[in-house]
Design a protein around this ligand. Structure first.
Ligand SMILES: C[S@@+](CC[C@H](N)C(=O)[O-])C[C@H]1O[C@@H](n2cnc3c(N)ncnc32)[C@H](O)[C@@H]1O
Length: 334
């Protein structure tokens, strides 16, 4: 029997936050349909390509995906796959399937999101063989003997657990509940651990996100935290971004930590992380492999380069590390 969740999942503010996972998925689906990058799995989470998105949005998602993947893959390679990944507020993200295809599978890949989002994702996984097959294949029992997902996973409505992939319904603002659930599913605090949050911390108050980041620093000896979200939010452009989301009842409760690259780093340095770096996405874009950037810039005509610059200057990647096992994590960069 599924355990009842200890909180209500119904208020309007949380509903608007949960809806943002569909925005991310439809934008990624559209950008991949145009050829910005390849993701053969996103189609199973967003059935149709949907409305056209502006070229600057597509380029923004390209920079986000390539930037985050660059750091994530570098961490997994440093740890020689002997590590775990925890994607916090994972939504309908497809990174687990990409890592499997690229032979970069960590020992275990965890995802956490609100229970209702997780329930949707589990339904998709169970009903779409291209999603369930890689989970069966990464199971340590001879996968040739296993034919169905139910033979190798423990699952209820709000969680699914197999040897290498685990998805958990939990509220990230309740850190002790999160810790309990992750440990129940064999989280190993001794393993080098990569924590990832993409457009997630901004929906929590600064004290809630600090608690989460502090829990991560206390729990793992060797870890890296990659956080992608808004930055430079006190200027006019930032204010318009806040107002646009507010119109959809979506409040950026954590915008105070998104004032500058320094405030992004501070959140980590104040909570037990040894190193923190942060770059705005325009800088990341200029540091990505330029032959591929030239390729994607030929995909669609961009009318207003200035708008792209403004948009990318309002998002950042911040990455923090602590490194008891001396993996050289502080050297990971662009
Ligand atoms: C903008 S979406 C991003 C999804 C995914 N990280 C990606 O980049 O595609 C934000 C996600 O964070 C989740 N989220 C936000 N606050 C959360 C919380 N307190 N507990 C659990 N999940 C949360 C939302 O449900 C949503 O799926």
């Amino acid at each position: 029997m599924a355990a009842r969740q200890p909180f209500t999942d119904t208020d309007t503010a949380d509903e608007a936050v949960r809806a943002t996972c569909d925005d991310a998925t439809t934008c990624k689906r559209f950008a991949t349909s145009k050829g910005y990058w390849k993701d053969p799995y996103i189609q199973y989470f967003a059935r149709s390509v949907g409305e056209r998105k502006a070229p600057e949005i597509n380029r923004g998602y390209y920079a986000r995906v390539q930037g985050v993947n660059h750091l994530l893959d570098a961490f997994i390679k440093k740890a020689e796959c002997d590590c775990q990944v925890i994607n916090l507020g994972a939504g309908l993200d497809t990174t687990f399937w990409r890592l499997k295809d690229e032979n970069l599978m960590p020992r275990k890949f965890f995802e956490v999101d609100f229970p209702t989002v997780v329930a949707r994702k589990i339904h998709n996984i169970k009903t779409k063989p291209p999603l369930s097959k890689p989970i069966i294949e990464t199971h340590s029992t001879d996968s040739l003997l296993l034919e169905t997902l139910s033979e190798c996973v423990c699952s209820d409505a709000h969680s699914l657990d197999s040897d290498r992939y685990c998805i958990i319904g939990a509220d990230l603002r309740d850190v002790s509940n999160l810790d309990e659930k992750l440990k129940k599913f064999q989280l190993n605090p001794e393993l080098p651990t990569l924590l990832l949050s993409e457009c997630v911390l901004v929906y929590m108050t600064p004290s809630q996100s600090s608690n989460l980041v502090h829990w991560a620093a206390e729990t793992f000896h060797t870890a890296m935290f990659i956080n992608y979200e808004q930055v430079n939010m006190s200027d006019r452009f930032g204010q318009v971004m806040i107002e646009n989301l507010q119109r959809r009842q979506c409040t950026l409760a954590g915008v105070e930590a998104c004032q500058s690259l320094d405030s992004q780093k501070e959140r980590f340095l104040k909570t037990g992380w040894e190193n923190a770096d942060a770059l705005d996405m325009m800088t990341v874009y200029s540091m990505l492999p330029q032959d591929d950037v030239a390729r994607i810039e030929r995909l669609e005509f961009l009318d207003e380069r200035e708008l792209l610059q403004q948009l990318l200057q309002h998002y950042s990647i911040c990455w923090a590390s602590k490194d008891k096992h001396n993996l050289g994590l502080s050297q990971l960069a662009f």
